[in-house]
Design a protein. Structure first.
Length: 255
């Protein structure tokens, strides 16, 4: 329902405008001022380019893993009935109660074993940690998309095909937009993570947030501001691309 605010709409618009300025515009302006001239951006890129590319591919791999893991879990969460559904929903929420540092220490304790040498100390550990940390968000996004798929379509599909074909021919095409939305959520959260990645990142590697954190301790304020702006620009550009893909798939799936 739409409510008319009348003359109060101007006063009502003032509150989100102030919040937007304090939470978004003011910090960006402060970063632009702190970064200084273009030379500082060039120096920041030279020192952080490797971290940028490393963050990009590990975040993309983490988001892809989240989507693959979350799709069957979200399907069970939506279609399941009875007490098992409540239990599954509860288990999905448990990672929310674990702070990022605690999750990182838990991963170190679990994977720092001789039998896991192929995983521990590699980028795969970082990817697994991001999947564990942020899959609940992705599951919720994908669940909302699966709810839009009529169960009757699946029932009709099962009359002439097996579960795998129903999933690939009916479910996946219709849930492609929420899958992209879930991928975007997982990608952005992984890209900005510091607490967990600081503990489990592979030796000799550094994500962009870790690089910013390290420069902050060195007192390189201009580099910190410039790299922070790089992170914001990287996030915005990635979201713009994923939004275009989402809209394209939405027109095809839900037209």
């Amino acid at each position: 329902m739409v409510y008319s605010l009348g003359r109060r709409r101007y006063i009502s618009a003032l509150f989100p405008a102030v919040i937007t300025f304090l939470a978004l515009a003011a910090p960006i302006l402060a970063l632009l001022k702190g970064a200084g001239n273009l030379v500082n951006y060039e120096n920041a890129w030279k020192g952080g380019a490797g971290a940028v590319w490393y963050s990009l591919w590990t975040s993309a791999a983490s988001a892809g893993g989240m989507a693959l893991f979350s799709f069957p879990v979200a399907y069970c969460l939506v279609r399941m009935r009875g007490g098992l559904r409540g239990l599954l929903d509860f288990l999905i929420q448990t990672p929310f109660g674990a702070p990022s540092i605690v999750l990182g220490i838990g991963f170190i304790t679990l994977w720092n074993q001789p039998i896991f040498d192929a995983v521990y100390g590699t980028s795969l550990l970082l990817i697994l940690a991001m999947i564990a940390a942020y899959s609940p968000f992705v599951i919720k996004v994908i669940s909302a998309g699966i709810k839009r798929v009529d169960e009757d379509l699946e029932s009709v599909g099962r009359m002439g095909a097996g579960p795998l074909k129903v999933a690939t021919r009916i479910l996946l095409p219709l849930t492609a937009p929420p899958l992209i939305a879930g991928f975007a959520v997982g990608f952005v959260l992984s890209l900005s993570n510091l607490g967990t990645s600081l503990l489990v990142v592979a030796p000799g590697r550094s994500t962009l947030p870790i690089t910013i954190y390290n420069y902050l301790h060195y007192g390189a304020d201009e580099t910190v501001c410039a790299l922070s702006l790089f992170l914001l620009a990287l996030t915005a550009a990635s979201l713009a691309v994923l939004l275009l893909i989402y809209k394209f798939l939405s027109r095809r799936a839900w037209k």
